[in-house]
Design a protein around this ligand. Sequence first.
Ligand code: SAH
Length: 247
Amino acid sequence: MDILALIIDYHKDNDRQGPGSEEATIKALGYIPCLNEKTQILDIGCGTGEQTITLAKNTKAQITAVDMLPQFLEKLRQKAIENGLAGRIETKEMLMDRLTFDENSFDVIWSEGAVYNIGFEKGLCLWRKYLKENGYIALSEITWLTDTRPEEIERYWVDQYPEINTIDNKLSVIRKCGYDPVGYFALDDNCWTDNYYKPLMDKAEAFLKMHNNADEVRELIEEHRTESVMYDRFKEYYSYVFYIAKK
Ligand code: SAH
């Protein structure tokens, strides 16, 4: 069975493909001044685009949303039409490390729960040229909230994502890549539980049944279940942190 097709199927009917919330998107937007109908926003790794819709509802901006998966982009297009926002949201199938935009095209770059796919530092450095002078970037990234932590959770996340680090380290990386941080905040618990893990766990049994208890499906579900159990046990030590910075 094609594992990518399974992953797409498991996630595509959910609002979010990573932790987040409408409140968090709006809070991050609050750090960015002068948003108007001329503002061009690029949403990278948009998934099925829940945050894209929030951006469109809470600004007058034009939004270009990119993802490598056409199945997710199709969901976003449907949502945009249902919300009467299709005129301000354009979707493009594109790889985040091979964007084909002109330099200095965007006032704001947005990316929720997605930059880890190419790495935080690489994303920040690669994407900077697409921002206009004095443009803003807002992105969420998994981050240690404390200086030390139990070895079990350290090993688990370093193995999944070696670039996981503390807030101070992430702020240094942002500066190193040529931006001035203007704010940051950690995502609340409900961004992880109600908005991300719960919808996945709620559909797990039916999804497994639909695939005749196939081993690959069981493994996929178990990976998500383990991640959510780790989150419940160790959430005081890490979260996604939203970082907002100016070019
Ligand atoms: N921003 C959304 C989706 C986050 S999941 C949300 O918060 O709900 C990460 C997204 O990045 C997925 O939709 C995945 O298809 C996309 N993605 C992963 N690697 C990518 C790449 N190399 N180029 C473009 N998109 C990628």
